[in-house]
Design a protein around this ligand. Structure first.
Ligand SMILES: NC(=O)c1ccc[n+]([C@@H]2O[C@H](COP(=O)([O-])OP(=O)(O)OC[C@H]3O[C@@H](n4cnc5c(N)ncnc54)[C@H](OP(=O)(O)O)[C@@H]3O)[C@@H](O)[C@H]2O)c1
Length: 335
């Protein structure tokens, strides 16, 4: 049995995560018992949402709170190396909710989605064809009701979800506007992801930035960040607007409870809708959605950006960088 290098939660983040909150350790790998599988983790996906389960007492219906000193949970692409479980064979490829580690021994009771026919590059199953790309797809196709010519605004528009959501909205005929941080990323939203306009979330006058970039108002807001930006956006929505609550990365690091938008009455007067959704609840629809996304990639209608790092030592830094806006596209570590 090889030794297993893993990334443990060394300290509970106090606000934004820091690299020192994580530590690489080498641990012996457990023997594979009856009913278990041994997996080699090939890629680790870095997802800002997992910050939510790093706090004391943070467990909920999705995940228990992560124990201090134990490997950090995340999403992986993994290959079965040994199986003593009737449902799995050596060589099977899985998208799984495993820890940040090189190998995982499990009784397969965790969130595991076997990829029975591997048709696309494995890394795509964590990004454009994984939970993040599919969040853009299901969010817009299930709840967006996007009409040609409408204005669709996307926050964290350069990120894993946002970079795909913006392009899908464009394919649906919308005028797309992306929010990011800094002039360079905003410029890349337009030149590389096809957004019609971009807004720097660090602008001194955000209201003016929204009015300039969305002169006809906002019909759909694909919201990845929540927090103060959501409140500002609500002041610019149109009648019958749809607010798609995909995530709230602006609040994950808050140590005090975050006040809600003060202007929810906008939803009343504009007879608008807010809709939250969890993509992993649609596992039975993943194959069909993947086929459509893959056809767009093959036809050159959808471009894929990835922020890729190498090796288990990079995982902690890659996670912290999500909150500093370093990435353009899906953040992934190849082991
Ligand atoms: N509902 C679901 O099932 C589901 C599934 C997957 C992901 N999500 C959610 O989708 C959202 C995006 O996830 P992702 O994996 O695609 O991450 P990501 O966009 O690749 O990375 C996070 C980005 O958020 C922006 N950001 C960071 N701190 C911020 C702040 N304080 N205020 C505003 N923006 C901030 C940064 O972009 P800029 O600097 O460019 O603005 C950063 O690059 C997250 O909230 C995640 O939890 C939901």
């Amino acid at each position: 049995m090889p030794d297993n290098r893993c990334v443990v939660l060394a300290a509970r983040p106090d606000g934004a995560p820091r690299e020192s909150d994580f530590r690489v350790e080498t641990r012996p790998l457990a023997d594979v018992a009856d009913g278990q599988i041994l997996c080699r983790n090939l890629y680790i996906s870095l997802d800002a949402g997992f910050r939510n389960w790093m706090d004391e007492g943070s467990g909920d219906n999705v995940l228990p709170a992560m124990p201090l000193g134990e490997p950090v949970m995340g999403l992986t692409m993994s290959r079965v190396e040994e199986s003593r479980h009737p449902d799995f064979s050596e060589g099977d490829i899985l998208m799984a909710r495993f820890a940040w580690e090189e190998y995982t021994v499990t009784d397969a009771g965790d969130f595991i989605s076997p990829i029975r026919n591997v048709e696309y590059p494995l890394n795509y199953y964590l990004g454009v064809l994984g939970d993040t790309g599919l969040s853009g797809y299901f969010g817009l196709t299930d709840f967006g009701r996007v009409q040609a010519g409408e204005t669709v605004l996307v926050s964290a528009a350069a990120g894993a979800v946002g970079s795909i959501a913006g392009q899908i909205a464009k394919l649906m005929g919308a005028r797309t506007v992306g929010i990011s941080s800094g002039a360079e990323k905003c410029q890349r939203l337009v030149s590389e992801l096809g957004y019609d306009a971009a807004i720097d979330r660090q602008s001194a006058d955000l209201d003016a930035a929204f009015s300039n970039a969305c002169p006809d108002g906002i019909d759909v807001y694909f919201d990845n960040v929540g927090g103060p930006l959501l409140e500002r956006v609500l002041d610019h929505i149109n009648e019958d607007a749809r607010i798609l609550l995909c995530g709230s990365v602006a609040t994950y690091n808050e140590t005090e409870s975050v006040p809600g938008p003060s202007n929810l009455f906008q939803l009343t007067t504009k007879h608008a809708h807010m809709h939250g959704f969890m993509t992993h609840l649609n596992l039975d629809r993943y194959d069909a959605a993947r086929a459509e996304l893959a056809s767009w990639i093959a036809d050159g209608k959808l471009v894929v950006h990835e922020h890729r790092l190498q090796g288990i030592e990079s995982v902690g830094r890659a996670f912290c960088d999500l909150f500093a806006g370093v990435n353009f596209g899906k953040t992934i570590v190849e082991l």
